[in-house]
Design a protein around this ligand. Structure first.
Ligand SMILES: *Cc1c(COP(=O)(O)O)cnc(C)c1O
Length: 372
């Protein structure tokens, strides 16, 4: 059933003319029943949406978003894309990989984060795929670094690089998850899963969460979407999320009058704040336990910064009596493809010197070493 056209274009074919898109992966991604874990915990109806399986090279939510960003980069004849993230950013890695595959150069402006095994892997893999990494130890110099790189790229190519915001969350990127929600609706219609009562998804730059909400709202599908926050509130405050949701709806409505304008307010956002722990990328006990369980029972790797924390919320909630008869869907946004062929060919000393500390210093104590 897998094919290349996003569900967005099947529902609204008129968008094909006005929305740039480049196919990078196979959709729909599978939905599976998580019986291995459901049985263990005495919960009947737990499902997982496997966005990790959209590609056999590198999966995840970032691939869906990059289909729109890189599509636009090619349409605008950019030679380079530029993005920003933390040192171990999955988004930066995905950008390096898929830009490289499409003959685009990629630049990542990176910022400090707590160390973990996956940070090392992502840095090595980015280098393997020719991502140009620029690390700024000091947050104040990040903005200057970004502008310098944009200017250098312009001077080199006489054309601006395509700027992809951190985490890929702008209206353009949110379209990817509007499409993903439409895709899920088709899977519900085909009875690949019952209609979920609740969807749980990791929330960082928020585009994934908001796109799913917007897609469901356009369908008038009454499903609660819970975003499990893993990044500090000041970076993606609720006020900013409402704006991003409404801006994306406005973009769709501008491109096609057949798509109604919908709006939300802050009270429509169902966000769980208590799973982040002491900060972005700092692993938590609950997150690590959830990661261990998924690895033992399902052989699937979660990520201590992102999906481990979201799945911890699922594990707490399925124990609550009021949820006993619900259909619950955990939307997996991480990658599960092995990158060791790529990383084994890179020595960390090939990276910029100010990144070497991630290899020479220990990882955080909580890192269980599953995701490396
Ligand atoms: C980036 C990322 C997220 C968060 O998605 P946003 O759209 O930024 O909220 C969730 N899970 C993983 C594995 C990620 O890399």
């Amino acid at each position: 059933m897998a094919d290349k056209e996003p569900a967005l274009f099947k529902y609204y074919p008129e968008l094909k003319k006005s929305v740039s898109h480049l196919s990078l992966a196979d959709f729909p991604t599978p939905v599976e029943k998580l019986d291995e874990i459901g049985n263990e915990l005495g919960f009947k109806n737990l499902y997982i949406k496997r966005d990790d399986l959209c590609s056999s090279l590198y999966g995840s939510n970032k691939v869906r978003k990059l289909e729109f960003f890189l599509g636009d980069a090619l349409a605008k004849k950019c030679q380079e894309v530029i993005t920003i993230g933390y040192a171990g950013s999955n988004h930066s890695l995905a950008t390096s990989i898929y830009a490289n595959l499409n003959n685009l150069k990629s630049i990542s402006i990176l910022m400090p984060q707590v160390n973990a095994h996956y940070v090392r892997r992502n840095l090595l893999a980015s280098h393997y795929y020719k991502g140009q990494l620029f690390y700024y130890d000091n947050y104040l110099s990040v903005g200057v670094g970004l502008l310098n790189q944009i200017a250098a790229s312009f001077l080199k190519y006489r054309n601006f690089p395509k700027y992809i915001p951190g985490g890929g969350s702008s209206p353009e990127g949110v379209l990817a998850y509007v499409s993903a929600a439409l895709e899920l609706n088709d899977q519900i219609s085909r009875k690949e899963l019952p209609k979920p009562d609740v969807i749980y998804v990791t929330l960082a730059s928020s585009g994934t969460f908001l796109g799913i909400m917007l897609g469901l709202k356009l369908l008038n599908l009454d499903i609660e979407v819970i975003g499990v926050r893993v990044i500090e509130n000041y970076l993606t405050p609720q006020r900013k999320m409402v704006k991003l949701f409404n801006d994306t709806s406005a973009l769709l409505n501008k491109k096609s009058k057949k798509i109604p304008l919908v709006k939300i307010s802050e009270k429509d956002l169902h966000i769980r704040e208590e799973y982040m722990g002491s900060g972005y990328a700092r692993f938590t006990k609950k997150g690590v336990n959830a990661t261990r369980l998924m690895h033992q029972k399902k052989g699937l790797k979660l990520n201590g910064t992102y999906t481990g924390k979201a799945f911890a919320a699922v594990l707490d909630d399925i124990k609550k009596p009021e949820n006993k008869d619900k259909n619950i869907l955990f939307w997996n946004t991480y990658n599960s493809c092995d990158l060791s062929d790529a990383t084994s060919q890179v020595d960390y000393r090939m990276l910029p010197e100010n990144l070497h500390k991630y290899f020479e210093n220990d990882v955080q104590d909580m890192d269980p070493g599953i995701d490396r």
